[in-house]
Design a protein. Sequence first.
Length: 251
Amino acid sequence: MAIDLKKMQEKLNRAEGKNTSVFWKPQDGEQTIRILSGPDGDPFKEFWFHYNLGQNPGFLSPKRNYGEDDKLNDFVRSLFDSGTEDDRKLAKQLMARQRFFSAVIVRGEEEKGVRLWGYGKMAYKALLELVLNPDYDDITDPETGTDLVIKYGKPPGAQFPQTGITPKRRTSPLFPKDKNGSQAREALEAIPDFQEVFADKRKTPEEVEHMLDQWIAAETAQEMPDVEQYGSTSTASDVDQKVKELMSQGT
C-alpha cells in the first residue's frame, strides 16, 4: 500500500506544533450535528486532563490515561487524605478532570469537514442513553443514522452553560446528495487518531514531576516572601522542608 501523504503532512504539522484538527464548540442556541464512528465502533473517546498546575496548559494525566507513575496524582490523593478543608479545595483544583470527544459533521457547515466536539459527563451520559435506546438504531450510520439537535446555553439562574441533546425524529443519510457514498467514505476516513490529536498534551511522568516541583516551589515562595530564589544557599533548606511537608500531608 502506498504512503498516505496527507497523513504524513498531518504528522509533520503536529511535530512542528501545528494542530490541524478542528475543534467545534457549540454556540448559544441550537445547532445540528451528526456524530461519526470509526472502525473501532466507539464514537465516544474519553481522556483525563489536568488544567490548574500553575501556568502550564492542560495536559493528559499519566495515571488516569495510561496507568503510569504520576506524582501529581499522588500529591492530589495526599491532599484529600489530609482532611483539611483547604487541602481538599486544592485537591479538587489539581485533580484530573474527565472529558469526552466525538468526531462530528456540523449541519450547515459541512464544507468544514470532520470536526471534534469536546463535552462533559452529563452530555456523555445522555449520548450513551440515546445509543442504548432500543427505539433508535445506530445513530452514526452513514445511511440511516440520526442527526442530533444541540441546545447550548445558560438557563436563568444557572451558574454554567448546559447542553441539551435531542435526536431528530427522522433518520437521514450523512450526505443526502452523496449518491455513490464517496463523501461519506471520505468523512469516515478523515476521523483522526485521537491519540495523535492529543500527542502534544501527553507528558512523561518525569515531566509531570518537574512541573509539580516547580509549582510547589512557586507556591512556597509566595507563602515565604523573604525567599528570593529557590535553591539559594540561605533559603534552600527552608523551601525544601516546606516541599517535604506538602508532599507528606495525609501519609
